[in-house]
Design a protein around this ligand. Structure first.
Ligand SMILES: NC(=O)c1ccc[n+]([C@@H]2O[C@H](COP(=O)([O-])OP(=O)(O)OC[C@H]3O[C@@H](n4cnc5c(N)ncnc54)[C@H](O)[C@@H]3O)[C@@H](O)[C@H]2O)c1
Ligand SMILES: N[C@@H](CCO)C(=O)O
Ligand code: NA
Length: 436
């Protein structure tokens, strides 16, 4: 059979929501180009939906409400899972792999906990499991880490990988907008997950950090290994304080290889809102845009930037995977397998060196600054800057530290709250993106 007479590649699409509808649109609109790139026509065999009665931009004969039957059909070669959630897609993807279908998914929540199980099934069945869309939407980041940097040693992967929270923080920063108003807008635009808790409490970013850390460090990292703090307690006042320090606030996902004094290597994977200097490239990543900075021993620093959420951008990454999987069906060969040979342990958050910004209301009287400074020095935390704002009952102290173990910093904050001269600790944030 010549390349152009290869039998069609049958595709099943599961879920026709924000992303699934765009995947179907592109498959139908770009059929000729996709055929030329794959070497065979890509034909949609069926689309599983929850509601058969809803009007859709595709032939109704393709629709089914029985995804379990669809994923086993002999004329299906590749299953594209875009339902979301964990239990339903976990069963469907497992069944698809067991029936020899390659799978493409955008489902980070599932992958963060079950990549091991699913990758084993894919390896046993000698098929592909691709998930570029699961992290940072349209931005190529999984494939560069897995393939382009396969010969290098990645030290750090850090960035903004949740569009909803970046959209919210950017709008709060630029317009002083109210948190709830901006969150509703993110939902309307198709960025937020069905339950926005996953976005605003950092679960989505933590799932993505787990996926990135697993790949970057050839180890199995799951969502529970990731230290996670969300943005729901960030206020307009925090953003205003950040601005006075020439910073903004971003929800960062940070995956780092850390080496202790004994030379032991561990992984730190963490998600939290942090002050980022306005001069840092991540500070100017606004709206639903994402950016991922990769640092590798030989490549140096690489930055990936683009649309991390939304139907069409996410569908672009899904289609990229689909074309790869289809080419493998046509020409033979397979994508890279899961690589966990390094099996690095996870470092607890307390062992990670970070910098803190602490803003507190204090009594305006002699000796207060010395008492506050004493709590930092008692735990060997070096202060970088101190500023007093206001006076008398409005007196505030703002302390920015140098790097210190996170445990020492959080113990210092606990001790500060116990001081008579500290009336309240109004805000504690980490500072990232600085060299000192
Ligand atoms: N929206 C984004 O920007 C984005 C970006 C990257 C990754 N993702 C991921 O892509 C996946 C899909 O996201 P989405 O935004 O399109 O979600 P969505 O809620 O818009 O779409 C999911 C669709 O699946 C349907 N569905 C539910 N149960 C079903 C079942 N049993 N059988 C068939 N269909 C069923 C729902 O009715 C809905 O139409 C999720 O895993 C999500 O995390 C989304
Ligand atoms: N809810 C996610 C979608 C992309 O994964 C976000 O806001 O980034
Ligand atoms: Na991506």
């Amino acid at each position: 059979m010549t390349e152009h007479s290869h039998r069609p590649i049958g595709v099943a699409v599961l879920g026709m929501g924000n992303v699934g509808a765009e995947v179907v649109r592109i498959l139908l609109q770009n059929a000729d180009d996709l055929q030329a790139r794959v070497g065979a026509p890509i034909e949609i065999r069926g689309i599983a939906v929850a509601d058969l009665g809803k009007a859709r931009a595709c032939a109704t004969s393709l629709l089914t409400d029985d995804p379990a039957a669809l994923v086993k059909r002999p004329d299906v070669d590749i299953v594209v899972e875009l339902i979301g959630g964990i239990d339903v897609p976990r069963t469907l993807i497992a069944s698809a792999l067991e029936h020899g279908k390659s799978v493409v998914t955008a489902n980070k929540a599932l992958l963060a906990d079950y990549t091991g199980e699913l990758a084993t099934l894919a390896a046993d069945a000698k098929v592909d499991l691709y998930f570029e869309a699961s992290v940072a939407g349209a931005i190529p980041v999984i494939r560069p880490l897995m393939q382009s940097l396969a010969g290098d040693t990645v030290q750090r992967v850090a960035g903004i990988v949740n569009g909803t929270t970046n959209f919210i923080l950017s709008a709060m920063d630029a317009d002083g907008e109210d948190y709830d108003v901006v969150l509703a807008e993110a939902g309307r635009l198709g960025y937020a997950e069905a339950d926005p808790t996953a976005d605003v409490e950092g679960y989505d970013a933590a799932a993505k950090a787990a996926i990135l850390a697993s790949i970057a460090f050839h180890s199995r990292v799951t969502a529970g290994d990731v230290h996670r703090e969300g943005i729901s307690s960030i206020t307009a006042a925090d953003l205003a304080s950040a601005a006075t320090l020439d910073c903004t606030i971003k929800l960062l996902s940070i995956c780092e290889r850390i080496v202790d004094s004994a030379g032991r290597q561990r992984i730190s994977a963490r998600v939290y809102p942090a002050l980022v200097p306005l001069t840092h490239p991540l500070a100017s990543v606004n709206g639903a845009f994402n950016a991922v900075v990769v640092e590798a021993e030989n490549a140096g620093r690489l930055m990936f930037y683009g649309q991390g959420a939304g139907g069409a951008p996410t569908a672009s990454a899904v289609l990229g995977d689909l074309v790869m999987a289809a080419r493998n069906k046509v020409h033979g060969g397979r994508g890279p397998l899961e690589s966990t040979y390094a099996s690095l342990p996870i470092a607890p958050m307390g062992d990670v060196n970070t910098r803190y910004y602490v803003s507190m209301k204090v009594a305006d009287r002699p000796g207060v600054l010395a008492t506050v400074a004493g709590e930092f020095s008692a735990r060997n935390v070096s202060i970088a800057t101190v500023r007093q704002e206001g006076a008398e009952e409005n007196a505030r102290l703002i302390v920015v530290t140098h790097r210190a173990p996170d445990s020492a910093l959080s113990e210092t904050v606990d001790a500060l709250t116990e001081l008579d001269s500290v009336l309240s600790v109004s805000s504690v944030l980490r500072l990232e993106g600085t060299d000192d």
